[in-house]
Ligand binder design. Structure first.
Ligand code: SF4
Length: 381
């Protein structure tokens, strides 16, 4: 008898993966047990914004990120205490973590010794080849991949001067140079990012870089902004690149709770039909026919849906006149009316419910539908 509790459904790995798109061939590196590159699913990343030395708060945030589907999580390592804290954090979590290091090679070494599954450095700013060699040696010893992270703000002076600024060609030159330092030391578990806060420069830079290297690419627009600006910039840059087959993992940067970054990341993947995690919510913009507080209803449905990895189409519509018709492709929908709403399944209306009980009645139908789908899948196995 399959376990049909909502928890078991939520634990199931329900991501649909489209392997059909033409993806630029890249090598594969493993961040913990998550493969990045080749034909593996494009992995979703985020970064904690807790003080890494605050182990309890960081574990809590990592678990929250994992709950919404984050597959690789980066942590800032500003000092030795933070590097050492990674060991305690690792004991309490199962998602792979990457230590984010700036300037101090000793923090990279300490982070690897503490169990980081990957490190992110800019090899050019670690203080010279001898210090980089110590980091590379430690990474080799522990089998930990290195992300070469180039940012427009931290470009080497000679490259910046030659190109007249952090233009795409300059970012790519810096990336190739810095990858070269590591490869020349005989280590090739490398991935690379070249982030700019300019959306179009980011697109141009990754296009250029993808023609010059087959190391896996981590996409992102750096300092992208708040929820709206950051989502727009990231969707355009990351979405377009993914559609062109460029990119093996990515982070959406938002000045926001990092769980929002993961939510936006999956919406980008869904929109470009690469991966699907969780329900797709269709909701109308409302108009003069709407007689219900649809904004709150839609927000609450979105909030609850974040905990469900199973792909479903749910509709939240503002009126009973047009709602059910306009959203007939949904698996389940609700439509608001004056004091009363309808719940519909495809083109069929299945319930009429008073407004105050509409959301809960709808959610009970969602849970029942999930249970049906999981049962069907178990029987087909
Ligand atoms: S579903 Fe109804 S309320 Fe929503 S936009 Fe269409 S007509 Fe207006």
């Amino acid at each position: 008898m399959p376990d049909l509790s909502l928890n078991s459904i939520m634990d199931a790995n329900c991501c649909n993966i489209n392997h059909g798109r033409r993806r630029r061939p890249t090598r594969v590196v493993y961040i913990g047990d998550v493969p990045v590159g080749g034909n593996h699913p494009v992995a979703v990343q985020s970064m904690t914004n807790t003080d890494t030395r605050d182990v309890a708060a960081t574990i809590l945030q990592i678990k929250g990120l994992q709950d919404v589907g984050c597959e690789i999580i980066r942590l800032a390592v500003p000092d030795l205490a933070a590097a050492e804290a990674l060991a305690d954090i690792k004991k309490a979590i199962s998602v792979p973590i990457i230590a984010d290091i700036h300037f101090d090679w000793r923090l990279a070494v300490a982070s690897i010794e503490s169990g980081a599954d990957g490190i992110r450095i800019n090899p050019g700013n670690l203080g010279g080849p001898q210090k980089l060699a110590k980091v590379v040696e430690k990474a080799r010893q522990y089998g930990v991949p290195i992300r070469v992270g180039i940012n427009s703000g931290s470009l080497e002076r000679d490259i910046r001067d030659r190109h007249g600024g952090p233009v795409p060609e300059a970012l790519v030159e810096s990336a190739i140079r810095n990858i070269g330092y590591i490869v020349d030391m005989g280590y090739e578990a490398v991935k690379v990012s070249i982030k700019s806060s300019d959306c179009l420069a980011t697109i141009a830079a990754y296009r250029l870089l993808s023609g010059k290297t087959d190391f896996p690419l981590h996409l992102g627009v750096t300092e992208a902004g708040g929820l709206i600006a950051g989502t727009v910039k990231s969707s355009i840059a990351i979405g377009l690149l993914l559609m062109e087959g460029i990119g093996d993992t990515f982070r959406v940067s938002l000045t926001r709770d990092p769980r929002e970054e993961v939510r936006v990341a999956y919406e980008i993947l869904r929109a470009v039909k690469i991966r699907q995690r969780g329900p797709e919510i269709i909701s109308c913009p409302t108009c003069g026919r709407c007689e219900i507080d649809l904004f709150s209803l839609a927000e609450e449905v979105e909030r609850r849906a974040q905990q469900i990895p199973y792909p479903l189409k749910l509709a939240v519509m503002g009126c009973v006149v047009n709602g059910p018709g306009e959203a007939r492709e949904a698996d389940l929908g609700l439509a608001g009316g004056k004091g009363v709403g309808l719940i519909f399944k495809g083109a069929r209306i299945i319930k009429k419910v008073a407004e105050e009980g509409l959301l809960d009645a709808f959610w009970r139908e969602v849970e029942a539908l999930l249970a049906e789908k999981v049962k069907g899948e178990s029987l087909n196995k």
